[in-house]
Design a protein around this ligand. Sequence first.
Ligand code: ZN
Length: 398
Amino acid sequence: MEADYIVDGFKQSLLMHGIVYSKLIGDGDSSVMKRLREENPYGPNIVIKKIECTNHLLRNYIKKLRDMSNKRKSSKGECVPGCYQKILHDRLLRLRYAVTEAIKYRQRQLETILYENNLLKLKKDIINGPSHVFGDHSDCSQYFCEGPKIDEKNYVQDFKRLGIWEDITKIKNMLIYHTKSLMYNYNNNAAESYNSILAKFVSGKRINFSKKGSYELRCNVAVTVYNSGMSRLLLCNKHITTKKIITDAEYTNLQTKFLEKLKLSISEVQSLEKRTKRQHQCVEWHLERKKRLTASLFGRICKLRKTTSRNKVVSSMLFGTFKGNASTRYGIENKNIAKEQLEKVNEKEILPSGTMQGRREGGAVGARAPGPGPPEGPVVRGVFRHSHTGPVGPGLER
Ligand SMILES: [Zn+2]
């Protein structure tokens, strides 16, 4: 119901106010976002960005750390002594404070420093937060830290030995993933407080008002029936099912135009890669990957059977409502850890990369892969152990 109201609001925004609502502040519950993606109120070229509510992100961050501080064993399997559990538990507020202060500072800096650079600095601050709180000040920025205090103990090495550090890093990576949302520092307090006032008037969910609602609904239906006669359902149905049908020639024409657009020169391919370096945080990245078969789809496409409906596959690629699963969450949590380890082994920095487009396939195949760049080529990702291994299609293996 809530999603219906909001989608309707988006649909009317241009008509009523002449503006496009390009951002939506949400709190992790993506039923609204899912509906907006399905309905696409502004057409395929405008992607509505979801900005996570800062309060919710921080609340989740601290909640996960608190849960961790209550566990007797780290995920590495080491026993965590009570004193270390207490240290972590006592410093939860400071961990939150480290993030909120960094956000405030970086927001003030936006007037003087370029947005992209500022975003990287905020990310660095958030990464460094736990180190500062637990006594390692080697990477601290001067604006909030003047180095170790007298008698301050550095717990980082102990935490690393016990595997606590790795757990903290995983939880932290989930927060870092949303750095861009944090930079906005938006929250949905206004909506929450309105709801709390509303709850007072409707007595929360304690009294059943549905009978009253149902009475009103019946009145409305009666008015509709009176105005449009008994054929109202037919009218409604007609309105929903009327679609524009295009001829074969028109279709071929559109198809050729679309495929022509995908063919990029080498310099255009390089420029696209540069522009989409920020990946999921960049609107263009979302638009461009919708037009191509990306690496995450290869498995599905290679395994397609002759009888599988292509219609459904394409529609799920374009209007899919995928919002993450165990594999993607594992990826977010561990990607940075894996990257650091690989950098150590190879003694080479791994740089971020945008959408890379293959030229041989007429530009229809794309992938993203962080790597040292030419001439070494990209590093192929794959940190999640798939449940099934073996050939996935002719000439392709996992
Ligand atoms: Zn410090």
